[in-house]
Design a binder for this molecule. Structure first.
Ligand code: UD2
Length: 305
């Protein structure tokens, strides 16, 4: 009898303990799952339902703007170009002037893709590289030079995108702004202490614990030419300082981009609708997947591990 009573006490204690820790856990984490439509510095966060596509298109139609768009495909990443461009031509700034700049070490491997009205493609040759990390980080300097030397009077806005991606839905003028960051699909509903910022003080990308607003992806960022030029120039300088000090930030230029956005807040933030991952199942608040990383076997496509 006594044994059974103590067992019941034990079960009751377990129940109370678990309920309390559940409540504490839920209170602590509930903010992870809520959708934010505006940042604490009052920049809009663009989700389905926050804009009227017809209205916003009609406003921008009066402005005769050009959107430069850069993408890199070196080594085996040329296999992603076709899907990237074909899907972009279905969904990306349809009806607006777009100029793609595609950087590759194999111009002959660029497939023929029919461009829509007012959409143009320029292919640029760049040297091959042995490390994928160098390819990824090296983009900042190439973009800086492109904007400095060529784009000044040729484009109003620019977006810099990863190539191992595909468009599935509209990406239009709702994304335009002075400085535009995109929430990383892995971290948008995680608390700040889980963000994979660079934590070593020796790196220029260092962000101390307790600081940082969001974790942004480097797979897509953009804005006005002047603002993105400043971004790429700053990141390129910080990358060079790190290289001179023999340190490479944990997530390469993405760590530097996050440091940049900590100091210079984006004027517009795009929700993970604008950079999802094909391998993710859909998540409650992500109603539309517009642009997504395709599944890839890193060991197979990258030049090094
Ligand atoms: C993350 C970022 C990516 C970059 C990288 C740096 C996301 C969703 N993506 O992706 O933007 O910051 O981390 O660590 O956060 N590339 C080539 N050839 C190569 C290797 C890379 O052309 O052999 C180019 C290509 O445009 C590719 C980009 O570099 O899209 C980034 O490389 P990744 O996609 O392999 O990097 P990943 O998936 O780790």
């Amino acid at each position: 009898m006594r044994l059974r009573q103590s067992f019941h006490f034990f079960l009751f204690g377990m129940f109370v303990g678990l309920s309390l820790s559940g409540l504490i856990f839920f209170g602590y984490t509930s903010s992870w799952f809520s959708r934010t439509d505006v940042t604490p510095w009052l920049a809009p966060v663009v989700w389905e339902g926050t804009f009227d596509s017809n209205l916003i298109d009609s406003i921008y139609k009066q402005q005769n703007i050009t959107i430069a768009t850069t993408v890199f495909a070196l080594g085996k990443y040329t296999r992603f170009i076709k899907d990237f461009l074909e899907s972009a031509e279905e969904h990306y700034f349809v009806g607006f002037r777009v100029h793609y700049y595609l950087f590759t070490d194999q111009p002959e491997a660029v497939p023929e893709v029919k461009m829509g009205k007012n959409h143009h493609l320029t292919v640029r040759s760049v040297p091959s590289m042995d490390r994928w990390q160098d390819i990824s980080m090296g983009r900042m300097e190439i973009l800086e030079t492109l904007m400095e030397n060529e784009l000044a009077n040729k484009a109003d806005y620019i977006f810099c995108l990863d190539v191992d991606t595909k468009f599935y839905g509209r990406w239009g003028v709702e994304t335009l702004g002075r400085l535009v960051g995109v929430l990383h699909p892995w971290f948008f509903n995680y608390p700040r202490y889980l963000f994979t910022y660079e934590r070593r003080q020796e790196s220029q990308a260092f962000i101390p614990a307790g600081e940082g607003d969001y974790y942004y992806t480097a797979a897509a960022f953009g804005g006005s030419l002047a603002d993105v030029h400043h971004l790429t120039k700053t990141c390129r300088k910080q990358l060079n300082i790190d290289a001179a000090n023999s340190i490479e930030a944990i997530w390469h230029e993405e760590s530097h981009l996050n440091k940049y956005f900590l100091n210079k807040k984006p004027s517009k933030v795009l929700s993970p609708e604008y950079l999802w991952r094909d391998i993710n199942m859909s998540v409650g608040q992500v109603k539309i997947i517009r642009f997504s990383h395709v599944a890839k076997n890193n060991a197979e496509v990258r030049p090094n591990v």
